[in-house]
Design a protein around this ligand. Structure first.
Ligand code: ARG
Length: 460
């Protein structure tokens, strides 16, 4: 059994179950690349400040680089008895370079070390998420452009409301993901602060140079308060909150794909690569991918809630509870990145059934508002027009017809203000064209929105 890093003050041996409870290397080993970067920067600073000799600093840097290679090659032996990623790497360093390795941890604690590692990790994950969001936005723009003339019923309460362009519908998701990108970019600013130098909690008597370390690690600032530096996990909560919101957007998108691919809607068919069959019912083609993305949203919410709950009762400063932050935030990040990537791949596989959308648009009584507006233009008060058109719709329902089926003669019987000239104005395309307000579904507005969206996707 290897001696514990902190074993000096102990006589008795750690209980087996405590080893199991306390080890984190089974999940925090993935922080190794960031842990090594941070240790290299720390060692260089110690050497530059004369806190350790330049020769020792060089040995440490070389040793850490060799360990990094071994980890990448998969030949590094992780030992759960050594608790965590930090201790495993430090022990390996001492094994490789001897005495000098024992000087690395001067003026540092695992408390500021882990806070630094996880911030470096979070910064890279945010960059990856922002790239994935942009890729998904680019796919949405392409999808909107490829279906620029397609009209479908726009819904409120999931009931047919007014016809819209399919492109307009998908650009609504573009806006959600634009806000998500913004949210992650904003959160990144608060990640970009370096805790090293806080040591255990109070700072250190060594004449360290945190600015040098921050610069080497690309941090914008150093922590203003050492106690906050080692106990703050707000940035991970923000990460999980932003991830939850993005998952919620993905889930809404997927929920629609699931609905739209039912025979009742029949609006789309998802490509074979993104659907699965049934083990018993040979006819089935199920939208499992969309369902899984929707399902995984719940687990990311769970990660956020778990983290918030872990933090809520913690007195200053570091408490071991904080070790529980990692699995939550790793899971949220992995799940989010996988779901973003798979959704971006699934969308182009979708076949749109334009006829089904057009039929639904024609049979939805969605011309009713415009018919009332027409009466208003002829001088009828809106409330009266609303009532009259309501009666026309009821007549249609009872006689098994839709508004486009009505002739000028039919309409005249309801009001002398109506005649055949209104019929062409009630065509779905005409209805869409009239929604020419900024942000509306009018084709000119949607084309302009598409151009803006393209520019936003290209600007990195
Ligand atoms: N594995 C620990 C964590 O994730 C590292 C810090 C340990 N610090 C300590 N004082 N026990 O929080």
């Amino acid at each position: 059994m290897k001696k514990k890093l902190w074993g000096g003050r102990f006589e008795g041996k750690t209980d087996d179950l405590v080893e199991r409870l306390g080890e984190s290397v089974s999940f925090d080993a993935r922080l190794a690349p960031w842990d090594i970067c941070a240790s290299i920067a720390h060692a260089r600073m110690l050497g530059a400040r004369g806190i350790i000799s330049k020769a020792d600093a060089q040995k440490i840097v070389r040793g850490l680089k060799a360990i990094d290679k071994a980890i990448v090659a998969g030949t590094f032996q992780w030992d759960p008895a050594l608790e965590d990623v930090h201790t495993n790497i430090e022990a390996a360093l001492v094994e490789r370079i001897g005495e000098a390795g024992k000087r690395l941890h001067t003026a540092r604690s695992r408390n500021d070390q882990i806070a630094t590692d996880i911030r470096l990790w979070a910064r890279d994950q945010i960059d990856a998420v922002v790239r994935l969001l942009r890729d998904l936005q680019a796919v949405l723009v392409d999808f909107a452009e490829a279906h620029i003339d397609v009209i479908l019923p726009g819904c409120t309460h999931l009931q047919h409301a007014q016809p819209v362009l399919l492109a307009h519908h998908y650009l609504a998701y573009f806006e959600m993901f634009a806000r998500d990108r913004n949210r992650f970019t904003e959160a990144r600013k608060r990640v970009d602060v370096m805790p090293l130098g806080a040591a255990a909690l109070a700072g250190t008597p060594y004449t360290i140079d945190p600015k040098q370390v921050a610069q080497e690690l690309g941090f914008k600032a150093t922590a203003a308060n050492s106690m906050d530096a080692v106990s703050d996990r707000d940035f991970l909560i923000e990460f999980c909150a932003a991830a939850s919101i993005t998952m919620m957007h993905l889930s809404r998108l997927c929920e629609e794909l699931i609905l739209w691919s039912t025979p009742e809607f029949g609006f789309i068919e998802i490509g074979d690569a993104f659907a699965t069959g049934s083990s018993i019912m040979p006819q089935k083609k199920n939208p499992d991918v969309a369902e899984l993305v929707r399902g995984k949203t719940g687990r990311v919410y769970g990660d956020l809630l778990g983290l918030l709950t872990t933090l809520k009762g913690l007195p200053l400063t570091y408490n071991r509870d904080l070790q529980e932050d990692k699995e939550a935030v790793f899971d949220a990040s992995d799940t989010l990145q996988l779901c973003l990537a798979v959704t971006a791949r699934m969308l182009p596989s979708i076949q749109v059934n334009e006829q089904a959308m057009a039929k639904a648009a024609r049979e939805g009584f969605m011309e009713a508002t415009d018919l009332a507006d027409h009466l208003v233009a002829k001088g009828m008060p809106f409330r009266q027009a609303h009532g009259l058109v309501g009666r026309i719709v009821l007549y249609c329902i009872k006689s098994g017809r839709y508004l486009p089926d009505l002739t000028g003669e039919d309409l005249k019987r309801f009001s002398p203000l109506l005649d055949a000239s209104i019929c062409e104005k009630l065509d779905a395309r005409a209805l869409v064209r009239r929604r020419a307000t900024t942000g509306g579904t009018g084709p000119r507005q949607v084309r302009a929105a598409l151009r803006r969206a393209k520019r936003a996707v290209q600007s990195r």
